[in-house]
Design a binder for this molecule. Structure first.
Ligand code: TYM
Length: 341
């Protein structure tokens, strides 16, 4: 069975972008056809200025939202990254394979470093090395496929490079993974700034649809989406990004095709109205399930505990093999020590 791994970072409330770009595929397709792991990557949330209590809160919320979106612990493994030491263990080895130049070329690093400096903060070293930890997340599990949105493709490419380099230098240890992207809505854009990604850590609330937004709030945000100055409804990502974004969201929510849908609408108003309703309908069952799960926190904790146990068992052999391959002495087993005594 194909091994699939992916994750979400608890740095903000999960958005429609997270759902359409990633979570929907995980729940609808990946968990049914693959041996899949989905991780709340909390260590990654420490790479920018953070409030500890908020990270804890968002980690719990992300877990219940993943389950509310349809991840079934009978079919897949859901867990929290920091509960499995293998991620951090492997990350250090991969730092010894990655280069400084490679890290500095990462687009997300460049963008986020600028943002942190603008906010008057310093850039944490972990922000630079973050993609190596992400590579460790992936490689520890012998992952073949990484279902992600378009913004993570460069990071998965780095994981590939590191796997190949490690295997060449130290002998075959890692499976070389590849990113799988959804055909529509691989990059959902901010409704107010359709040339920027809809990101959960951004500050521009009106342009971001959060998974737990009330229907009325969703409608308002979609109806106020920035569109372009033209009048006709055409699908053109370059020239008409605001309109293209709405068409992609509608297509992703209804299972349609954005170019075909553009022919159906004569006005921006009716496109916005249908898009708003489609989003509300997609979020309705998720929000209902989330409410039920919030009433039963013990269930979610149990899922995470079992998930971490399973994940640990899966990751340990590969990470141990990497430690040996790179030249580290294996710990001497207790039985040998007592025989020598
Ligand atoms: P994160 O938490 O930013 O996003 C989680 C997933 O949602 C996708 N996504 C989007 N897709 C389409 N449109 C958008 N506007 C949008 N915003 C987010 C992301 O592409 C991602 O698939 N570094 C990762 C988390 C991570 C990870 C990993 C992923 C850490 N280790 C290992 C896969 C494998 C991140 O910050 O995702």
């Amino acid at each position: 069975m194909t091994r699939v791994f992916s994750g979400v970072k608890p740095t903000g409330h999960l958005t429609l972008g997270n759902y359409l770009g990633a979570m929907r595929q995980w729940a609808g397709v990946d968990q049914h056809r693959a041996d899949a792991l989905f991780c709340i990557v909390d260590l990654h949330a420490l790479t920018v200025a953070h409030d500890p209590a908020r990270v804890r809160r968002l980690s719990r919320q992300s877990a219940s939202l993943l389950l509310a979106a349809g991840l079934d612990p009978e079919l897949c493994t859901v867990f929290v990254q920091s509960h499995v030491d293998e991620h951090a263990r492997l990350s250090y080895l991969l730092e010894c394979v990655a280069t400084d130049g490679e890290m500095r070329r990462m687009i997300q690093y460049k963008e986020k470093a600028v943002r942190e400096r603008e906010r008057g903060g310093s850039v944490r070293l972990s922000l630079l090395t973050y993609p190596v930890l992400m590579a460790a997340d992936i490689l520890a599990y012998g992952t073949e496929e990484v279902p992600v949105g378009d913004d993570q493709a460069q990071h998965v490419e780095l994981a590939r490079d590191l796997a190949v380099r490690f295997n060449q230098r130290y002998g075959h240890t890692f499976v070389v993974p590849r990113a799988t992207l959804p055909t529509v809505a691989a990059r959902v854009m901010n409704l107010q700034e359709p040339t920027s990604k809809m990101g959960k850590s951004d500050d521009t609330g009106p342009g971001i649809v959060y998974l737990l937004d009330e229907p009325e709030v969703v409608r308002k945000k979609v109806m106020r989406a920035v569109t372009d100055s033209g009048r006709d409804v055409v699908y053109d990502r370059q020239e008409r990004p605001g309109l293209a974004n709405l068409l992609e969201i509608l297509a992703a929510c209804t299972g349609g095709n954005p170019a075909a849908l553009s022919g159906v609408y004569e006005s921006y108003g009716s496109l916005k109205k249908d898009t708003a309703e489609a989003v509300v309908e997609v979020l309705r069952p998720l929000q209902k399930k989330h409410k039920e799960l919030c009433a039963d926190p013990g269930y979610v904790e149990g899922v995470l505990r079992e998930g971490a146990e399973r994940a640990r068992e899966m990751a340990r052999p590969t990470v141990d093999a990497a430690y040996r391959a790179i030249g580290l002495l294996p710990p001497v087993p207790e039985t040998v020590v007592s025989a020598v005594r």
